[in-house]
Design a protein around this ligand. Structure first.
Ligand code: ATP
Length: 360
């Protein structure tokens, strides 16, 4: 096992800067997730760590070894891809032991390692089958097993669950987390799925356009997003963003005045008529039965029942927002209803409308 460090890493493809000035250090044994929208550079970072992509500028260390010029095979990391990449003509046992055979490990040790890995992945009963006789989830476990069997210094996983159906994805995700708990191998996991990032990561690295936006624990990223990009990328359904104007000690949102606390006024240097954007998560909006200061009148435009909750889309005078409402069985909301909604100032985010930086 080993820590993995990136120091001012840049990767250019001609005039495209795919990855720009990336620095972080993953401590030995931690599970880090690189997440961001398509094209943000996450796979390129993983491939540079694996040695499958060259580095334009900067240094990568695995443990204390500078690996920039070390070929992939000698980096002692194991990469798992979304398409499993199993050998179709070999049995599962042969697929698992392939790397050991190449390294001329003796057959007794090979068998012992295959059995031990198969046991921890719950695939002992599949060892004599061929890959096409396995389900997608089982094949993915074999791909993980093939990576584990070498006892690498680090696991590099590139969207390993994206070919699985929803239920298998949930199961395999939980399994991966449990496995990491048992093995404690430094893991770097790439995904565009923020639910995977939130549930698996010790730390999340949020990327956009080749640059790091924020590094933090899932809780920090959710509760203290550094900017609007992070705030809207993490959280499902997405955070609502509304324009706001500061006027006479209040924030005017959709023509509704919100009285600001002294604390917020200390945090932000407001000037008359300055413009902001405010953010409120769908799960932090409630219905009010009696009049409350700062409430809004909204008209129901769509209702999506989610079981316990309802995802309700409403229109305010100038925007549309989503509410994730926990509603009792007796709730009779329907399209066209007028709802009184409110949110607490504690749940409000205020962003600089130009830079997107979180001000509060
Ligand atoms: P996705 O989630 O869609 O896989 P990603 O975040 O993993 O995206 P990368 O595959 O790392 O993104 O690509 C980052 C940027 O670098 C993109 O703009 C991509 O078009 C560009 N890029 C990647 N590989 C090459 C290449 N071989 N030649 C030119 N441009 C490339």
């Amino acid at each position: 096992m080993a820590k993995v460090s990136l120091n001012q890493i840049t990767r250019e493809f001609g005039s495209v800067i795919a990855v720009s000035d990336i620095t972080f250090e993953i401590p030995d044994g931690e599970f880090w997730v690189l997440v961001g929208p398509s094209g943000c550079g996450k796979s390129t970072i993983l491939r540079m760590i694996a040695g499958l992509e060259s580095i334009t500028k900067g240094e990568i260390y695995i443990g204390n070894t500078l690996v920039n010029l070390i070929p992939p095979r000698q980096r002692d990391v194991a990469m798992v891809f979304q398409n499993y990449a199993l050998y179709p003509h070999m049995t599962i046992a042969q697929n698992l032991s392939f790397g050991l055979r190449m390294r001329k490990v003796d057959p007794v040790t090979q068998n012992r390692r295959v059995e031990s890995v198969a046991r921890s992945l719950n695939i002992e009963h599949l060892l004599q089958r061929k890959p096409k006789q396995l389900s997608g989830g089982q094949q993915q476990r074999v791909a993980l097993g093939r990576a584990m069997i070498r006892e690498p210094k680090a696991f590099l996983l590139d969207e390993p669950l994206s070919n699985l159906d929803a239920q298998l994805r949930d199961e395999t995700r939980a399994f991966l987390k449990q496995l990491h708990g048992q093995l404690g191998i430094t893991t770097i996991y790439v995904t565009h799925d923020q639910v995977e990032a939130m549930t698996l990561a010790d730390k999340i690295v949020i990327l956009d356009e080749g640059k790091i936006q924020q590094i933090g624990t899932p809780q920090t990223i959710y509760h203290r997003p550094i900017n609007r990009m992070v705030a809207t990328f993490i959280g499902s359904p997405t955070m609502n963003i509304l324009p706001a104007i500061y006027s006479q000690d209040n924030l005017s949102i959709q023509g509704q005045l919100i009285t600001l606390s002294e604390f917020i006024k200390k945090q932000i240097s407001f000037t008359e008529s300055s413009r902001f954007e405010v953010g409120i998560r769908p799960e932090n909006i409630s219905l009010s039965s009696s009049f409350k200061e700062g409430q809004f009148l909204a008209i129901v435009e769509a209702i999506e029942p989610l079981g316990r909750d309802n995802l309700v889309r409403v229109v305010l005078p100038n925007s549309e927002i989503k509410l994730n409402l926990y509603t009792p069985f007796s709730w009779t909301g329907k399209l066209g209803d007028r709802l009184r909604i409110y949110w607490s100032l504690d749940h409000l985010f205020i962003f600089d409308s130009f830079t997107g930086k979180t001000l509060y």
